[in-house]
Design a protein around this ligand. Structure first.
Ligand code: PTJ
Length: 246
């Protein structure tokens, strides 16, 4: 039981979600370490969504609304923290959720699938019943992707992920939207749009911008995309961290 007056109440709540997801066979053992790394970077950015990241989330929404076949790729950590938001975005945009795990086991796939089934997601890909094709030049359990999902997608959302996959997907000329609190990670550097924010804050804001722009003229959204520079976004994120030490 966490005391609501505790100065780190929110952070402790999310830790509890992480622990619970581990007990329920959703989170990989290493997922705990990944969460701790995220917490450290969150501390460094001030545990709030920066103006720079708000702008990036807005651009990410423009990508979702202008691409033909987006897919939401999910792992254990994303499911532990924001499964409701993932389900909401999937339903709103009518796009699939694809389970793609670094530490893939049949049990974890089943447990994660059950989460999204319960939340009413219509199309859940990447389960053991799916038809797969390997991602070129990528070894390991994350290489096989759903033929109808990531394989055919033009935009892939890959939050909270280690760095071996983004560059292979980018080589296939797919757009990649990523959420990673570490602006120095390989995934952050390789992605088309890198949201440097905690996924628990970024997802609700992403949904808000998708709602705001869903009826907007496509040319206006494409103009926002044209004016966006991910390298500049990452430089700004690093400077936001440096400012905290001044
Ligand atoms: O569920 P699986 O089997 O696919 O495994 C998932 C993990 C996360 C264990 C695996 O992909 C991994 O080891 O990832 P890394 O290399 O630890 O990278 C995860 C990245 O996510 C790190 O750069 C963290 O800083 C970042 N991160 C962690 N928690 C958050 C976060 N970024 C945003 N919000 C968070 N809450």
């Amino acid at each position: 039981m966490i005391n609501k007056d505790h100065p780190r109440y929110q952070s402790l709540l999310y830790r509890e979600k992480i622990v619970e997801a581990h007990k329920n066979g959703i989170l990989a053992d290493s997922g705990m370490i990944a969460h701790g790394r995220g917490e450290t970077f969150d501390y460094l950015i001030g545990e709030k969504t920066t103006d720079n990241s708000k702008n990036t989330i807005e651009v990410a929404a423009c990508y979702f609304l202008t691409r033909k076949r987006p897919v939401l790729s999910v792992n254990g950590n994303t499911t532990a923290l924001v499964s409701e938001d993932i389900a909401e975005l999937s339903k709103k945009l009518d796009i699939p959720v694809e389970i793609n795990l670094y530490y893939r086991t049949p049990e974890r796939i089943k447990n994660i699938e059950a989460v999204y089934e319960k939340l009413g997601v219509k199309e859940i890909l990447g389960t053991d019943d799916d038809d797969f094709i390997d991602t070129p030049d990528l070894n390991g359990p994350r290489s096989p992707v759903s033929i109808e999902g990531i394989n055919k997608a033009d935009l892939i959302f890959i939050p909270l992920e280690d760095g071996d996959r983004a560059e292979k997907l980018a080589a296939l000329k797919k757009d990649i939207v990523n959420v990673d609190l570490n602006p120095l990670s390989r995934t952050a550097i390789t992605s088309t749009v890198t949201i440097v924010d905690n996924i628990v804050r970024a997802m609700p804001l992403l949904i808000e911008y998708v709602n705001k722009y869903s009826e907007c003229d496509k040319d206006i959204l494409l103009e926002k995309i044209k004016n966006y520079d991910n390298r500049k976004n990452l430089d700004n994120a690093i400077h936001d961290i440096i400012k905290r030490f001044e």
